[in-house]
Design a protein around this ligand. Structure first.
Ligand SMILES: [Zn+2]
Length: 320
């Protein structure tokens, strides 16, 4: 990452970053997440784009805040901030060279409802009627991820190349009624940035909601973090939905999960990622789904995709 890119991450509005981390900022202050705080002692200096806690002394800029709060190293924190640029309402779909960071914090929850940020499904629906998998997409899905082709078809994954020749996997998000509500584009070039792009107004909340229509009472539903784990879960023969891969459950996702719990008499299961954010997400979700069953990944697997891949490899070795 070059200096300019870093500078951009440092200049992201710090209060916006804090909110993305789940901190409730009011009047440039919030409860300090770094000590047991019950009265807001962490304050933001907007002019300098920094934070400081007057009790425990924690201080720094956007990157430090993310590193400390999510327990990430410098690189991972930068990546987290960059991934944020794949938030809804970024636009930029037609012009990949446009920096998308700026749009990130402009689109607050209320603005998202405004017409300017509405997702135009009619513009994109046709892409998913006849999915097309480029060699890059096939390699990623079938060789690297070893996914079941039926899952790829069910999810209507497709792919495209932008003007620069970069291959993108296009992941449609549908609501339970099967209407297209958002699209996530995933960069198929390893390590390339941005990793994700979202057409304007995309509502990429809970993934694979149509699976709910197939659930019988008492059946198991797995909840994964992000759609790749969801594909692995489906390929392993489970029913699954994914919540956005973030450390924080947004109110919107929380509300929707509550709805699912009320409407369906099913069991909820989860393999949290083997890290602190994964466990945190499990605990947050458990507050909504009190009967959520915790499954432990083996020590050599950081997420369910790893476990799925290791199981597949073992089966193949046994059979061949
Ligand atoms: Zn503090």
């Amino acid at each position: 990452m070059d200096r300019l890119e870093l500078q951009k991450l440092r200049e992201l509005p710090i209060e916006g970053v804090a909110e993305r981390l789940g901190l409730q900022v009011s009047r440039h202050k919030c409860l300090c997440p770094f000590h047991a705080d019950n009265h807001p002692s962490l304050s933001f200096k907007v002019s300098k784009n920094t934070y400081r806690c007057f009790v425990c002394g924690a201080s720094g800029g956007t990157i430090d805040l993310v590193m400390r709060h999510l327990n990430l190293d410098f690189k991972a924190a930068c990546r987290w901030l960059q991934t944020l640029s794949g938030s809804p309402c970024l636009g930029g779909e037609d012009d990949p060279t446009q920096s998308t960071q700026k749009g990130l914090f402009l689109c607050t929850a209320t603005q998202r409802e405004s017409p300017a940020c509405t997702f135009d499904a009619t513009r994109y629906e046709r892409f998913f009627e006849r999915p097309w998998l480029l060699p890059e997409a096939r390699k990623f899905l079938f060789e690297e991820r070893q996914l079941d082709p039926r899952v790829v078809r069910w999810c209507r994954l497709t792919s495209w190349k932008d003007k620069q020749g970069v291959a993108w996997l296009q992941i449609p998000y549908y609501n339970k009624e099967g209407q297209l509500v958002g699209i996530q584009n995933r960069n198929l070039v390893k390590g390339a940035l941005p990793r994700f792009r979202f057409p304007q107004g995309s509502q990429c909340g809970i993934y694979n909601l149509p699976v709910l229509n197939l659930l019988k009472p008492g059946e198991q539903l797995f909840i994964t973090e992000g759609c790749s784990d969801c594909w692995a879960m489906l390929s392993a023969g489970h029913k699954a939905i994914a919540i956005p891969s973030a450390t924080l459950l947004t109110n919107d996702v929380r509300g929707k999960m509550e709805e699912v719990r009320c409407k369906f008499a099913i069991q909820f299961h989860m393999y949290p990622d083997r890290d602190a954010p994964g466990e945190r997400l499990f605990l947050q979700l458990q507050k909504v789904l009190s009967s959520l069953v915790h499954h432990q990944l083996p020590p050599d697997c950081k997420d369910f995709s790893d476990l799925y891949l290791s199981t597949i490899t073992k089966t193949k070795t046994q059979n061949g």
